[in-house]
Design a protein around this ligand. Sequence first.
Ligand code: NAD
Ligand code: MG
Length: 385
Amino acid sequence: MIQTTKKILILGSTGSIGTNCLHIVEQMREAFQVVGLATFSRVEKLLEQARLFHPEWVAVSSGQITGSARKTFRDLGVHVFSGAHALEQISLESDYNMMVNAVVGAAGFLPTLHAIGKGADIALANKETLVIGGELVMAQAKKQNVAVLPVDSEHSAIFQSLMGESSETVEQIILTASGGPFRTWSKELLSSVTVEQALKHPNWNMGKKITIDSATMMNKGLEVIEAIRLFHVSVDKIKVVIHPQSVIHSMVAFIDGSVKAQLGVPDMRVPIQLALTYPERKFSRFPRLDFGKYTELTFEEPDLNKFQALALAFEAGRIGGTAPAVLNAANEVAVSLFLNRKIRFDQIPQLVEQAVMKHQVVQNPDKNQLLAADLWARQNVERFI
Ligand code: NAD
Ligand code: MG
């Protein structure tokens, strides 16, 4: 079989998903050519990656890049974009046929649209893209015949469970959730949660923002919206089940009563690799699931009264329009306020709720209306403290 090399641009290459992605690429050198790498800062790490993978383009959004680092990139033959628009520039101007979008937050939205505009497939880790403007993104992807391949483990599980099935036969999508570090805590105790406690996830080692989102369960809420967009189903078809062992990554229930699940060790490299090599499934040396180690797989209902963020996301998904974009932006600001010790842990969902309630929803928003809703939330959230 003839194999064509995929020319990939990796946004967020120094992050948790980005570095895992590069490890996979390193094992499959013949299948991929890394043409571009983008990061917010961490220029030393980016230089190291550039020496190993020889991209043609790099982007540094913080703009903080020394003269000597610039010179080193130049000597390596690498073109540097830097500053607030670097991520967009590299997405528009470099030559790639697959984008791995692994930046965190709303910064991933416009680059996704640029990749679609260029007809490049997208391995999408940046769930915020689909929360902000999932309808627009999926419609444009369809128009351009671009594949949006989920990297998020739950969505990869659903994607795999749907293989060979027709969408009319789907009765329910069951998103599993670990429940995070505070699954067994009382609601009252959540006001005393420290940054250190919230940053300790029981099963996954991830970037800070998603780790806090997992602790509030906003992560699962964002994933609910991500799922309705990716798989074109209504919110009412999504169910969240707490499964603390994180072995079943998600499930699909069909109209005949059958349920398909995808299982594996909690290891993001598995869904990343599948998104990269799709439509093929390739050999890996990642640890295998040892059923002897998991004598018990358990399930429980999420407590929506305790984890208000999850309830809010369901609500924003139901409202639609610009509501999810506001939910997402307010959450980003609230998480960063919490990480900077400016608000309590239990204030995160409170701020998000205020923002969603006070926002004037626009239905069927275009790109500019989505960006305006995002900006409105960012500018107003702190007033709701
Ligand atoms: P991270 O914080 O470890 O890494 C984020 C990366 O994005 C870094 O390289 C950072 O430099 C870059 N970045 C951030 N803002 C940027 C900007 N404005 N311009 C350019 N680069 C920027 O985050 P992560 O855990 O790798 O998560 C990345 C995305 O993947 C998030 O959307 C997250 O929700 C999603 N995701 C992560 C995991 C996981 O296991 N880490 C699992 C599922 C989904
Ligand atoms: Mg996930």
